[in-house]
Design a protein around this ligand. Structure first.
Ligand SMILES: Cc1cc2nc3c(=O)[nH]c(=O)nc-3n(C[C@H](O)[C@H](O)[C@H](O)COP(=O)(O)O)c2cc1C
Length: 190
């Protein structure tokens, strides 16, 4: 089985919170992310890495942002509670942003595509090293308010959180499937 089909999303609850990810391993994942393709070599990926006690600060911050940006009619206590607990579960939580130069040569969609490539590099590298990963995008983690909370200016677009951690002993990843490839591919050959 190739690394591409073997990688599975591992939810933070299935990560071993007591097993820290060594800094040198984390740096290797980020270095692998850094080699993603990038139009014009703008390298638009920005990673804000939360470990240890900073994860609680992130969780509390996200809950506070949820309270600020969610209209009363749209409030969901379960979603609010998850924002306060989930970042405490993953040993490493990375807030992912794309830098988009206003009126720049490279359009926003291409910068977001490049950051998505970087995240995929990171997740595949994590899998290769025995780590689980999970990309999570609750609306507040995609918001301009979250960018501001992180200290990023208005030239940044948030792309959610990536959780990293070693799977708990005996964890069996959820199975995943893909449709028949024929549904996604058209060959133009005549
Ligand atoms: C951009 C992006 C955002 C995602 N956001 C969420 C999310 O908010 N919640 C969630 O449960 N899964 C999220 N996922 C993960 C998918 O649920 C997961 O990839 C899918 O279930 C397939 O599982 P697999 O990665 O193990 O093949 C996201 C994936 C991507 C690429």
């Amino acid at each position: 089985m190739s690394i591409f089909s073997a990688r599975r999303s591992i939810k933070p609850v299935a990560m071993d919170a007591s097993r820290e990810v060594p800094r040198e391993v984390l740096l290797q994942l980020l270095e692998d992310a850094h080699w993603a393709p990038t139009h014009g070599l703008t390298q638009p990926w920005r990673f804000h890495v939360f470990e240890g006690a900073a994860r609680a600060r992130l969780a509390d911050g996200l809950q506070g942002l949820y309270d600020r940006v969610t209209p009363t009619a749209a409030r969901n206590e379960d979603k609010r509670a998850k924002l306060g607990t989930t970042p405490r579960l993953g040993p490493v939580v990375i807030a992912v942003a794309a830098h988009v130069e206003p009126n720049g040569k490279i359009p926003e969609i291409e910068e977001i595509a490049a950051v998505s490539c970087a995240v995929q590099n990171l997740m595949l590298s994590a899998h290769e090293k025995g780590l689980g990963s999970f990309w999570s995008t609750p609306p507040v983690t995609m918001s301009a308010e979250f960018a501001t909370w992180l200290g990023l200016d208005a030239t940044h677009r948030m792309l959610g959180l990536v959780y990293l951690g070693y799977p708990k002993a005996g964890n069996v990843p959820a199975t995943s499937t893909r449709d028949a490839l024929e549904k996604q591919v058209v060959f133009h050959d005549a």
